[in-house]
Design a protein around this ligand. Structure first.
Ligand SMILES: [Zn+2]
Length: 870
């Protein structure tokens, strides 16, 4: 009998498909280990290699590049679904996108699309790289989904869900942590803490950049989410509140009222299904409703909920790295030692070994339950997403705020453009008024207009309104429940940008005058007028970037009361500079007043091995504005002669003991132990006494007060949380009426980010200046939560203290908080430029010299108020 004729290519396909099924690479075959093996962690490079091999061998996986990391790695994620779905990814992305935006659809069409669509689900291996199990779980989860055949649950997931699996949300950090662990494995420092920020600049704050998107990684995540429109965003964290094995939703109070209720409800459904799934698969110890709330929108794993994507995280138990640990019930807190079942902790964990494999297994279970729920309810989830968009659009056509206006005329114009850019990065539609836009009795020319009848408007409301943290008490007489993280963040206020609320419906005629912005626009920089000197307003943050760039290019510069004066560069070069930095340079024949010649300050930035996130943020901001700071390790400070190398030294926020003592000896390898110590403190003292400028942020102020024995007290020092509490809120301050170099370009009223910091009183013998004061007669709270405001009313928020020939700036708040408080950046930049070592006073301006020890200056050493003829 003749053989049936089968085309060679078809034969090849049959053959290769069969081969593929048999030759799927297991993690063990590629990595030499199972994910979760004791003492083993795969790094990002190895994980990426594994995912590539898996994708090459399986028709259930596609690799997608989502961008670069800060340290330059290629960032890849895995799209996992049935081969049929993967072949139609564009179609399913399009359906998700149409439902997410909700525009041009009626309910019936949306229903049909929901039925046709697939649930796109984001799951990741976490962004906190010392929480190591997450990135290992991604490998295990991919292997399970790709290698399991003929399993109804997994088949249903593959058919109905398109999984975006991010092996990690922090590739750089995964590599760094694994390399640290490998180096110390088997030594006394096996479980020692990492002496660095595992994500460049931000470390743990990589999860506090959700709406700001300052970091490359955050932008990669936000852009990709906006491209794929997942209905669920689920992020893995560690560690659970002991002795629970995993924290899962529902969260504790409070919750933001700007979250669409369907998202909040589904978040709880996912949590409850997860608990049942874990208990159903022999994973006891899940706990709900403890510790974490749903208040602050800045978490990168949470911001998306304001865009109607159900976003949440879980916290699985962690010992340290891949080292196992044995727990006995004796170690449990008293109220849990009885192993009593609770409503939200129904299967108490009984103790025993806890291994990396257990954490990986729990995470895999939690992820499987999310996929299972998404597979079962994919149609509802897609339709709910449409409903949320539809509701947001119709709600703000019927009730205020109808729109927000960002006027073009601003104290600091480029910051308004920066705010617009932030909104657009977040997928918010922004219009420009081509005709004067009337609202609340004013005409706004050229203004940016944010119409609120758009699908993701809850995010705008969340960012623009003042926060009022609810007073929730533990029982009727209990103390108020305090925020888990920050309580107030109102973005325009932080950025120093004026906005206006539109409280009347936007008319069709008004709408016709609006032009939708396709991409954000920067303020054009220009040179105006004629002359050989160039005046640069001190009002804008960008002016400092321009000043630093000009000095780098060889310009001469001096500091006047309202302006910087630049000279020594050709006009063409000045024009390039103005364009690049979005500033206006006003050419003139000469400057008047009594400007003080300056040069580029040499900035030292203290960098502890006990890595401070605030150091990273400060470094990032200073680099962005061209200050080129030099990192100072303990040894760099201790070796002294600081004045020969630096004009200004900054100490970012950290507790005084952390700065002075660092890591305790024996807890980390020797070279990382210890802090500044007595030698470092002596060197800093000599620096200031000799004429240097020391700047301390937040609790580092207490270190400076102690180290230099400054006549300043902290009025909230020693108060219990129930006597005074403010964990991150915006407070009004009044700036000094006296002209002062540090206040140059600032408006009289400012909002500062107060985050568990000090407030100051002056002691006898104080010499210097009070720069900012919390108002005496009104509650300083502008946005957030402030318990017992009277404790700080009338007290100083920022001081300049004269000491020897130098000075110390004490900021009792965070003028550079998380790269958001643009409105107070100038306080830092001015202070950096306020160094006697820098300033060469002109004949008329002897007052810029610091006072001699013992003298009592009547005025702060400052650039006196001067006027120019421009
Ligand atoms: Zn975490």
């Amino acid at each position: 009998m003749a053989k049936p004729v089968v085309p060679a290519s078809a034969l090849f396909l049959l053959f290769s498909a069969a081969a593929l099924a048999q030759n799927l690479p297991s993690p063990e075959s590629v990595l030499g280990h199972k994910p979760g093996d004791d003492f083993y962690l795969a790094n990002y490079d190895e994980s990426r290699e594994y995912f590539r091999k898996l994708a090459a061998a399986s028709d259930r996986v596609k690799i997608v590049n989502v961008g670069k990391t800060t340290r330059g790695l290629d960032w890849e994620i895995a799209i996992i679904s049935s081969p049929k779905n993967l072949a139609q990814l564009d179609k399913y992305k399009d359906i998700s996108h149409r439902l997410a935006l909700g525009r041009g659809l009626d309910d019936a069409t949306a229903k049909a699309l929901s039925r046709e669509g697939k649930a796109i689900v984001h799951i990741d291996g976490g962004l906190h790289s010392t929480e190591v199990a997450g990135a290992q779980h991604s490998i295990a989860l991919a292997w399970k989904l790709v290698s399991t055949k003929n399993d109804p649950q997994i088949d249903a997931i593959l058919d109905n869900v398109i999984l975006m699996l991010w092996p990690t949300l922090n590739p750089d950090g995964q590599n760094e942590v694994v390399s640290w662990y490998r180096k110390n494995l088997g030594t006394p420092y096996e479980v020692s803490p990492l002496p660095d920020l595992y994500q460049e600049y931000v470390g743990h704050d990589n999860n506090r950049d959700g709406y700001m998107n300052n970091m490359l990684e955050s932008r990669d995540v936000t852009r990709t989410e906006l491209e794929w429109d997942p209905v669920i965003f689920y992020c893995q964290h560690q560690t659970a509140p002991f002795p629970a094995r995993i924290f899962i939703p529902p969260f504790v109070e409070p919750i933001s009222s700007n979250i669409h209720p369907l998202m909040a409800r589904w978040l709880n459904v996912l949590g409850m299904n997860m608990a049942a799934y874990l208990d159903g698969h022999d994973m006891p110890g899940a706990i709900h409703r403890t510790g974490f709330d749903n208040w602050y929108p800045g978490f990168l794993d949470f911001t998306h909920i304001f865009r109607n994507s159900i976003s949440f995280f879980t916290e699985t138990a962690l010992y340290r790295y891949a080292t196992p640990h044995f727990y006995t019930v004796d170690e449990f807190p008293k109220d849990r030692a009885g192993l009593r079942s609770e409503v939200f902790y129904s299967s108490p964990w009984k103790g025993g070994w806890w291994r990396l494999a257990d954490a990986v297994h729990y995470m895999e279970g939690a992820s499987m339950s999310v996929l299972d729920t998404a597979a079962r309810y994919h149609e509802e989830l897609l339709f709910n997403r449409y409903q949320a968009a539809r509701d947001n659009i119709s709600r703000f056509q019927k009730e205020p705020p109808y729109a927000y206006i960002i006027p073009r005329e601003q104290h600091d114009g480029p910051e308004a453009a920066a705010l617009v850019e932030k909104l657009m990065t977040n997928g918010i539609e922004v219009h420009v008024a081509t005709q004067p836009f009337a609202a609340s009795g004013r005409q706004y020319k050229d203004a940016w207009v944010v119409l609120m009848d758009q699908p993701f408007s809850p995010l705008v409301k969340e960012l623009f309104e003042a926060q009022r943290y609810p007073e929730i008490r533990d029982g009727s007489n209990g103390p108020p429940i305090r925020p888990y993280d920050v309580a107030g963040w109102t973005l325009p206020l932080q950025m120093g940008v004026e906005t206006a609320v539109v409280t009347q419906p936007v008319t069709p005629a008004q709408r016709q005058t609006l032009r939708l912005l396709a991409k954000s626009e920067s303020i054009p920089g220009t040179v105006q007028g004629t002359g050989s000197v160039y005046l640069l307003s001190r009002q804008t943050n960008q002016s400092f970037a321009a000043l630093n760039a000009a000095l780098d290019a060889g310009a001469q510069a001096s500091v006047g009361a309202d302006q910087f004066i630049l000279s020594g560069l050709a006009r063409e070069r000045m024009a390039q500079l103005a364009a690049k930095q979005s500033v206006t340079l006003q050419a003139a024949d000469k400057s008047t007043g009594n400007p003080v010649t300056t040069k580029k300050p040499r900035v030292g930035l203290y960098r502890s091995w006990n890595a401070a996130i605030d150091e990273g943020w400060t470094r990032w901001i200073l680099e962005n504005y061209g200050f080129s700071p030099t990192g100072l390790r303990n040894g760099d400070v201790q070796s002294g002669h600081l004045l020969e190398r630096f004009d200004t030294i900054l100490i970012p926020d950290a507790m005084p003991r952390a700065i002075a003592d660092g890591f305790a000896p024996g807890t980390v390898p020797g070279e990382f132990a210890g802090g500044l110590g007595e030698t470092g403190i002596t060197a800093l003292r000599a620096f200031v006494h000799g004429g240097g400028t020391l700047i301390a942020f937040n609790n580092a102020s207490l270190f400076a007060i102690e180290a230099l024995n400054l006549p300043v007290t902290n009025v909230v020092g020693g108060l219990k949380p129930e006597e005074f509490f403010c964990s991150g809120s915006l407070l009004h301050v009044e700036l000094s009426e006296e002209p002062h170099i540090a206040l140059g370009g600032m408006q009289h009223d400012a909002a500062v980010m107060f985050e568990r910091g000090p407030a100051f009183d002056r002691k006898p013998g104080f010499q210097g200046a009070v720069l900012a004061t919390y108002p005496k007669d009104i509650n300083p709270l502008a946005s957030g939560y402030l318990l017992h405001p009277e404790k700080i009313q009338g007290k100083a928020a920022a001081l300049e203290v004269f000491e020897g020939r130098g000075r110390v700036y004490l900021f009792g708040f965070k003028p550079q908080w998380r790269g958001q408080s643009h409105g107070t950046y100038k306080l830092i930049f001015n202070a950096i430029y306020d160094s006697p070592a820098l300033a060469k006073p002109t004949m008329a301006e002897k007052k810029t010299e610091a006072p001699k020890p013992g003298s009592t200056p009547e005025k702060p050493a400052a650039v006196k108020s001067a006027t120019t003829d421009n």
